[in-house]
Design a protein around this ligand. Structure first.
Ligand SMILES: Cc1cc2nc3c(=O)[nH]c(=O)nc-3n(C[C@H](O)[C@H](O)[C@H](O)COP(=O)(O)OP(=O)(O)OC[C@H]3O[C@@H](n4cnc5c(N)ncnc54)[C@H](O)[C@@H]3O)c2cc1C
Length: 502
């Protein structure tokens, strides 16, 4: 017996969590299935909507003025500018006072640990006192055990970038931590619990000891910035306690990975999922799917663009320690991430044209080992399978050496890409990299389209980094796209599922 829900979301990152929350708003029964950790834990915790145009113009002060000019196929063009606004409002309601920036549509400029200034739409409340538009003189504090945040260098870079304040940096010992390899969570937990630490002249609670270590270096600073280690579960309490002891505002400078602000955002979203009644199952990969049988007993076929003609997914199959467990829903959301999250994969050789990746091989589930695209792409541990050797005398060897395939491993949705791997990249590492835009193409309801522009399935929507048509790293739009498309995909799936149930 399949486990049944109204909406099934695959992927537990920002896009999947948002889709599940949005679907639950429509009173749908929602389940979220996720495999490994998402990029939330590595990302900065900032919600970037659009910092630069695809042509590299920016930093943008007004992202919503630039969105209508984005090219056709960009995820924001697909959902429309109003949906991006709605998705941010939805996020604001979920995040409450943990995030700031909702008072304006303009981008805020947030200093980063590298000493650059980043345009972003929403930022953790812990970041607020550090905005680069604020003219107050600033002390940045780094710690010997956290070499990724070089406070003096970051301060120099900020001043060189022309910020409207004097910035100074110091590197200090962190009271109670002598090891160079302590995890960021160790710093946070010591401060969360205000653990007594050895100060060299006796013991003191950790926050008192930290304030006393920093105080002699304040001089004329009117605010002080730390790496993002100021507590985890009690982050707000830790920050306010330090502010009281130091007498000036305290802020965190986003950095990563691993990133405590990203982990805090993950906790916030998963707390909201629990409150919304979403059933969450983690640690299991979806590996295959089966189609709904059509009325005449034949599988529903690929559509010609008409919603009613397109194939419908009946169930997905989840690998639980080698056993396949079916999960069924009336609507599905694919939010498995991009090349980083493994929602999009690549391999060197072209797929043999023996029907292995033909969608028609899916559907019965009689022979699970037969040929799902997922299993042809990954080993039993989920790692990429060994590249196959191109065979066949008709294949031109030189071309075969250069050819490759980019694909979506669960449903084998179409991913437009150049057949020659050498065309996926340009030599200039900072250049416009075509592979960064590889992902699914979708209609305005975010339903994946095949190579002919027809719907792949009528009850599948896609959200987040699995989508193509944008370069999140260059545009600084990663979280914004995940939010906007997760919100739209989840809302439409929830609406449709509850309509169907009536
Ligand atoms: C290091 C780093 C830093 C970043 N910094 C920023 C930043 O500062 N600001 C910003 O806006 N954006 C940033 N981004 C980008 C941003 O994190 C992503 O664009 C976006 O959040 C992607 O979210 P997602 O939910 O689409 O995918 P992901 O976060 O990749 O999540 C995909 C999820 O799907 C799961 N999954 C995959 N395959 C399966 C399967 N077969 N079955 C079940 N589950 C599956 C994965 O395990 C994962 O949980 C950063 C990204 C990285 C990697």
């Amino acid at each position: 017996m399949a486990i049944e829900d109204d909406v099934l979301v695959i992927g537990g990152g920002l896009a999947g969590a948002t889709a599940a929350l949005a679907a639950a708003e429509h009173d749908a029964d929602v389940r979220l299935l996720s495999y490994k950790q998402s990029t939330l834990r590595h990302a900065s915790g900032l919600i970037d909507v659009l910092g630069y145009t695809p042509a590299g113009e920016g930093p943008l002060a007004e992202p919503f003025e630039a969105i209508p000019d984005l090219p056709e196929g960009h995820p924001y063009e697909r959902v429309g500018v109003d949906a991006v606004r709605e998705a941010l409002l939805f996020f604001d309601a979920v995040a409450g006072d943990a995030y700031s920036g909702a008072h304006t549509e303009s981008n805020a400029l947030v200093p980063t640990s590298g000493g650059t200034v980043k345009p972003t739409a929403r930022y953790p409340a812990a970041t607020e006192a550090g905005l680069a538009s604020d003219p107050r003189d600033t002390l940045l504090v780094g710690f010997h055990g956290l070499p990724d945040f070089d406070a003096p260098l970051a301060a120099d870079h900020l001043e060189a970038a022309g910020v409207p304040f004097a910035a100074r940096g110091v590197t200090l010992p962190f009271p109670g931590i002598r090891r160079d390899d302590a995890k960021v969570t160790r710093y946070a937990h010591i401060l969360d619990r205000d653990t007594p630490v050895d100060t060299g002249v006796g013991e003191a609670p950790a926050r008192t000891a930290l304030a006393e270590t920093v105080r002699p270096h304040l001089e004329s600073a009117a605010r002080v910035g730390f790496p993002p280690i100021l507590g985890d579960e009690n982050a707000g309490v830790v920050r306010r306690d330090l502010e009281e002891r130091l007498g000036i505002p305290v802020f965190e400078v986003p950095s990563g990975p691993p990133s405590l602000p990203g982990m805090r955002l993950e906790d916030l979203l998963y707390g909201a999922l629990g409150e919304a009644g979403v059933r969450v199952t983690t640690g299991v990969p979806v590996v295959d799917y089966e189609l709904e049988p059509a009325a005449d007993g034949v599988e529903s076929g690929a559509g010609d663009g008409d919603d009613t003609d397109a194939a419908r997914i009946d169930r997905v199959l989840v690998d639980r320690k080698g056993r396949e467990v079916p999960y069924r829903a009336s609507e599905y959301v694919l939010a498995t991430g991009g090349l980083v999250g493994k929602g999009i994969r690549s391999r060197r050789e072209p797929v043999p044209t023996d029907g292995v990746d033909d969608a028609a091989t899916h559907g019965t589930g009689d022979d699970p080992a037969s040929s799902p695209a997922y299993r042809s792409s990954v080993g039993s541990d989920g790692a990429p399978a060994e590249p196959r050797t191109a065979t066949g005398s008709e294949v031109d060897e030189a071309l075969a050496r250069r050819s490759g395939r980019v694909f979506e491993p669960i449903f084998d949705c179409h991913v437009p890409h150049a057949p020659d791997r050498y065309d996926w990249f340009v030599d200039d590492a900072f250049g416009d990299q075509p592979f960064a835009r590889y992902g699914l193409t979708v209609d305005r309801e975010l339903r994946p389209l095949d190579g002919e522009g027809d719907l792949e399935f009528s009850n599948l929507r896609a959200a987040g980094a699995v989508l193509g048509g944008y370069d999140y790293a260059a545009e600084k739009s990663g979280s914004g796209v995940s939010l906007a498309t997760g919100y739209v995909a989840g809302s439409r799936a929830g609406e449709r599922a509850t309509e169907d149930a009536e």
